[in-house]
Design a protein around this ligand. Sequence first.
Ligand code: ZN
Length: 287
Amino acid sequence: MTATYRIITDPAQVAVADWAAIRDALPPGGHLAVTATPAQVCAIEDAGFEIRDSLLVTAPASLGRNRSVVLARRPLAGTVAANVLRYRAGALNIDGCRVTPTGERLGGGAEKQTTAAQKGDPGWTRPWMDDADARDRHAATVRGNVAKASTLGRWPANLVLIHDPSCQRTGTRRIKAITGTNSGRGAGSKATHSDVYGTYAGRTDLPAGAPVGLGDADGMETVAAWACVPGCPIAVLDTQTATRAGAGASRFFPTFPTLADLDDWLHTLLSPPACEVPALGTKAVAA
Ligand SMILES: [Zn+2]
């Protein structure tokens, strides 16, 4: 089976890479994640890749400190959905790479069903805000997204932090787990606007809005605990940003013990869906 993505993080391999050959070996929508200099990024783009995003990896000085991982993609054949169905390439496994939830109550202002008149500022008003049904659908979508972020974790961030090799994992600690709500259509409902697919599809055995989450029966969740050495990027960030014990800003970002764990995370992000992908958009076509 043809590989649907490539990851190249060894500078020696990046230096001699033939980007056009790598592009041709990938299917349409195939991703390339590479530790590249700006000149190398230009060469990747010249070879016919789209530069999609970049990731700043902050590692301790002993591991070479900072590097940039560029995410490129061979152009799609048609829409993302059509491309994924045909080639199993072109999408990212966001749910597999979310930042572990920390028990905070996340919110989205757009849950409120604000009308255009209430919004006031013309720069932020949209015609659909005067349609009650459209406001309802939008609010339901936002509630579903917030519930997903609360239970599955935050969207994978573009900043990744690596512990110093001398940091010690000291065991685990217990934090208060968030209880989210069932984000799918739920039993008996006809609404489809907040459905998701794959491992984290809304549960049809529970009503929409039923409590779901990562917590144990006592409402707590177990996460890794670390004793960091001075200079560890995670400790530095938390020292600068902690407002209460254990609540520094590193909780907003993917954090890994080693650079090898970063590679594992990239493999998860770019891997084709393990499940059968439903034929997205077929309803719209048939209508
Ligand atoms: Zn550390």
